[in-house]
Write a new protein. Sequence first.
Length: 119
Amino acid sequence: QVQLVESGGGLVQPGGSLRLSCAASGSIFSIKAMGWYRQAPGKQRELVAGIISGGSTNYADSVKGRFTISRDNAKNTVYLQMNSLKPEDTAVYYCNALMTSALGVDDYWGQGTQVTVSS
């Protein structure tokens, strides 16, 4: 069974920082790409940042220069360092991974972690 487990969400004041982590576990053969999405109340889920196996990254325009995605291949873990947080960053953040397992290639999601930016 393959799963993604997220951690690191919470309540932070505007201008503050948080670091999200997402660890993949199970019978994983390879991880092609990992990323973070977020969904605010009443809005569609949107891509925040992604990183592929070669290390290339991409970011939503709204977070460029403030968020950094990184990956520890040895630990099958992806991180999202979020700095200069704004109230509009408030959302449930979901980890996503495109992985190859014994079942083949599939798209996996974490359970989500709440990030609230408020004074």
